[in-house]
Every structure is written in structure tokens, then in C-alpha cells.
Ligand binder design. Structure first.
Ligand code: PMP
Length: 361
């Protein structure tokens, strides 16, 4: 086995080493507490400080305005596919969804169980290789909200702009590019993201919701699916995923110590550019995403044949570059290079790509 493994997994994904070291150091006993984070009550003063610290970290990083609630929920981003329409799509109302891939489609499927959905834009006919342009969107000014997926983890496409939606509330699944760049929270009514890419381990889902949206929540929803209950109880209606929230808080501290989201955006640009430049430099590799829609988090590309792709995955894994196999629904190669992914891993991949082409091109 190679000595050093670079983890290109799409999620759960690489976490900052300093965070893992702190978790390891303090796992048996939190400093000054004498008990493990895994053992203490979620109602204890210690955990109260931890969950508040995580929220404060997020508020600082994203400059979240005071009229937004920060919720730590469970059920993954997938449960948000259901909770968003259950809470925000009134009986008889309709919602606009933009279809940019598998995750958008899953969101659409769940919303259709609740009410009327209008697919206001789609890149399906282009194999989801791009993000639709504003002019292509067929938005309904009467819609209850507009939903889109900011980064399409599977195809490696990312929105470079926020769709202009007038006064219609904007809702976004930011699972795979959350905290990778600054985000204008005030443009959104609701943002959600599973933590397990850029924010922490699996098990906690972040929801940022504008206060006034809570007024829309219908009475009688199951309590665990009701945003108002979670907001009123500050994410402590039931036992939250304490360990995942603790780590998310540490990741926020790490981001703040490393210059925040502006600094992340800059490094993420540099890291992605190295791989895209390597792809563009030859005919051997072919980028999946169209250039104006390229994701900085998930870089996807193809080789001349599926056999060569299999060989690429096998040999790269042996060389310590783990997790490069594309999503099972899309094939090809995918390099996920989230915030904590080191620059050395990117250069190792680029060197490997050149060498692989030299031998097989
Ligand atoms: N949305 C996006 C953009 C994703 O990448 C994923 C998971 N890869 C999901 C939603 C589903 O998230 P979860 O597994 O947390 O339900």
C-alpha cells in the first residue's frame, strides 16, 4: 500500500487533519470536563456551549443575518427534499425546481408528493454537463419558491450565479459546495446541506432559514419534520447528533483560522485550475462539465475508453490516490477536492495523469 493516501471521495470526505487530531486528543475527555463528547448529555452546559459555538462559527463565516435561524437536523439532505415542500409549499400552491442532475431530480420527486412542481429549467438534454443560463429559466412569479442545487456532485457542475427570482423565495441545496466560497445568505430564504463534504462527518444536516418563512409552515406536521419546532427548540427538540455538531464546530474554527471563505475560495480556484488545465492540455482527457459550469469541488473527466478508466482507477488507487472512480450513475473519473483536500494531493493527481497518459496515450 502507498504510504500516503490522498482521499478524493465525494463524501463523506477528507477533513482537516488538525481537526481530527484535536478530536483524537480530546475523545476520552473534553478539557476541563473529564467526560467524552460521546458521553455527555445534550442538555449539559458543555454541549450547550458546543452547539452555540458551532452556530457562532457558521454565522461568522457566512455572515448570516440575524433574521435567519441556523438549525442542525438529521436525515441528511435527502430528508430536506421532503421537509422543504412539506413546510413551504402551501396546499394548492406550486413550486419551481431547476433540474441539474440526480440530486435535483430526487428533490423534485419528493416535492411532487406534496404539491405541484414546475420544472423551470433543466440541463438533462445535455447530459447535465452544464448549468442553465438565466434566460433559459421559465420562472413563475406566483411560485411558492424556486429550488436549485448549487453544486452537482455527480456531474461536476456548479452554479456561478444565483438565479434571479424577483420576490419569489430562493431555496438551495448547497450540500457539496457549502463553505467552499462566500455565500450571500441574504439572497436566500432557505439553504440546506448535508455536512459530510465540507463541514464535518455524516449525521448532521445544516438548515439556514429566514425567520419569515416559518410563518408559512402548516399546522399539524409531524414534530420532527416541522421547522418551527426545531427553531423554537434551538435544534434541541430531541437528541441532536452531538458528535457531528462538535466536529462541525471545530471545522468552522479551522476555517476561521485559515482566512475564512474568501481564502478557501481562492485556494479552491487554484486547486481546481491545476486539474482542469491538465485536462485541457491534451486530447486524452475530456472534461465532463462544460467550461463555464465547471465545479471547483468535484472535477469530472473521461478517458478514451471505459477500460482505460478502469485501469486509471486501479493504478491511481495503488499509487495512493483514493476515491477517483466516478459516481455509479455517471461513470468516468471524479476528483473531489473539498476545502481540506491538500494542494500536494492535487499535484500528485496531475503528475499521475501525465504519467498515465505517457504510458497509455
Ligand atoms: N444533494 C447533493 C448535492 C448531494 O451531493 C447529496 C449527497 N451526495 C445529497 C443531496 C444527498 O445527501 P444525503 O446523503 O445527506 O441525504
Amino acid at each position: 500500500m502507498a504510504e500516503k493516501i490522498y482521499n478524493f471521495s465525494a463524501g463523506p470526505a477528507v477533513l482537516p487533519r488538525a481537526v481530527l487530531e484535536e478530536v483524537q486528543r480530546d475523545l476520552l475527555a473534553l478539557p476541563g470536563v473529564g467526560m467524552s463528547i460521546l458521553e455527555i448529555s445534550h442538555r449539559s452546559k458543555t454541549f450547550e456551549a458546543i452547539i452555540q459555538g458551532a452556530e457562532i462559527g457558521l454565522r461568522k463565516l457566512l455572515e448570516i443575518p440575524d433574521n435567519y435561524h441556523v438549525l442542525f437536523l438529521q436525515g441528511g439532505a435527502s430528508l430536506q427534499f421532503s421537509m422543504v415542500p412539506m413546510n413551504l409549499l402551501p396546499a394548492g400552491g406550486k413550486a419551481d425546481y431547476i433540474n441539474t442532475g440526480v440530486w435535483s431530480k430526487k428533490a423534485i420527486k419528493e416535492a411532487q408528493k406534496v404539491g405541484q412542481v414546475n420544472v423551470a429549467g433543466s440541463s438533462e438534454s445535455d447530459g447535465f454537463s452544464r448549468i442553465p443560463k438565466q434566460e433559459e429559466l421559465n420562472l413563475d412569479p406566483e411560485a411558492a419558491y424556486v429550488h436549485f442545487t448549487s453544486n452537482n456532485t455527480i456531474y461536476g457542475t456548479e452554479w456561478k450565479y444565483e438565479p434571479k427570482v424577483g420576490s419569489v423565495p430562493l431555496v438551495c441545496d448547497t450540500s457539496s459546495d457549502m463553505l467552499s466560497r462566500p455565500l450571500r445568505v441574504d439572497k436566500y430564504s432557505l439553504i440546506y446541506a448535508g455536512a459530510q463534504k465540507n463541514m464535518g462527518p455524516a449525521g448532521v444536516t445544516l438548515v439556514i432559514i429566514k425567520d419569515e418563512m416559518l410563518k408559512r409552515v402548516p399546522k399539524g406536521l409531524p414534530s420532527m419534520l416541522d421547522y418551527t419546532i426545531h427553531a423554537e427548540n434551538k435544534s434541541l427538540y430531541n437528541t441532536p447528533p452531538c458528535f457531528a455538531i462538535y466536529i462541525l464546530g471545530l471545522v468552522c474554527q479551522w476555517l476561521l483560522q485559515h482566512g475564512g471563505l474568501e481564502a478557501m475560495a481562492k485556494t479552491n480556484q487554484e486547486k481546481a485550475k491545476l486539474i482542469y488545465d491538465a485536462i485541457d492540455a491534451t486530447e486524452f482527457y475530456r472534461g465532463v462539465a462544460q467550461p463555464d459550469s465547471r465545479s471547483l469541488m468535484n472535477v469530472t473527466f473521461r478517458l478514451p475508453s471505459e477500460d482505460l478508466e478502469k485501469q486509471f482507477v486501479k493504478e491511481s488507487t495503488a499509487a495512493g490516490l483514493d476515491g477517483l472512480k466516478g459516481h455509479r450513475s455517471a461513470g468516468g473519473i471524479r476528483a473531489s477536492i473539498y476545502n481540506a483536500f491538500p494542494m500536494e494531493g492535487v499535484t500528485a493527481l496531475v503528475d499521475f495523469m501525465r504519467e498515465f497518459e505517457r504510458k497509455n496515450g
